[in-house]
Design a binder for this molecule. Structure first.
Ligand code: PNS
Length: 159
């Protein structure tokens, strides 16, 4: 069984993330989305809230599940007996950061491989940070995140 782990902050999940999830679900038998802490980012949503938003939008994909983990990604992978990480790449600017993380994870556990999937061009400009900014200042986030979670994001961003 080919399993892949899709890690990220997902603060919140965007249509760009969901596009990677959908495409990965067609390649792998099982996709495990895992919400982790990125120590370099201040979160808006609590980890459990991010998981709940993801749960809402992955319902159509029967081979996709979501979990959270407090710790190193490689330790989560060990617990789930998985070896492959998938990450989306939007632009050249993502490359250095993703390259560093992939090499660090491989340094920590040499059996771990990271594969990259190019973002769909229509989402190449999209990020969770820009969604939060637009939502905070009352802009329209339709088309940027799944429709089902727009009210949750607008509510949280304007608290
Ligand atoms: O969506 P992001 O913020 O680019 O995801 C980054 C994330 C959360 C996958 C990364 O920060 C992470 O793996 N955090 C858990 C701690 C860890 O394993 N760090 C080692 C890699 S440098």
């Amino acid at each position: 069984m080919k399993k892949v782990v899709y890690p990220g902050s997902f603060d919140p999940i965007t249509n760009g993330h969901l596009d990677i999830i959908e495409r990965a679900s067609k390649i792998f038998d099982e996709v495990i989305v895992v919400v982790l802490v990125n120590v370099d980012k201040n979160g808006l949503f609590h980890i459990e809230e991010r998981v709940r938003l993801i749960e809402k939008v992955i319902k159509p994909y029967k081979n996709v599940k979501v979990e959270s983990f407090d710790g190193l990604l490689i330790n989560f992978m060990k617990e789930r007996d998985t070896k492959v990480i998938i990450k989306g790449l939007r632009a050249f600017s993502d490359f250095e950061y993703e390259f560093q993380m992939a090499l660090m994870n491989n340094k920590l556990d040499s059996s771990i491989e990271t594969i990259f999937m190019m973002t769909n061009a229509q989402y190449s400009y999209l990020s969770s940070s820009s969604v939060k900014q637009v939502a905070k200042f009352g802009g329209c986030i339709k088309g940027l995140v799944p429709d089902d979670i727009i009210p949750d994001i607008m509510r949280k961003a304007n608290k």
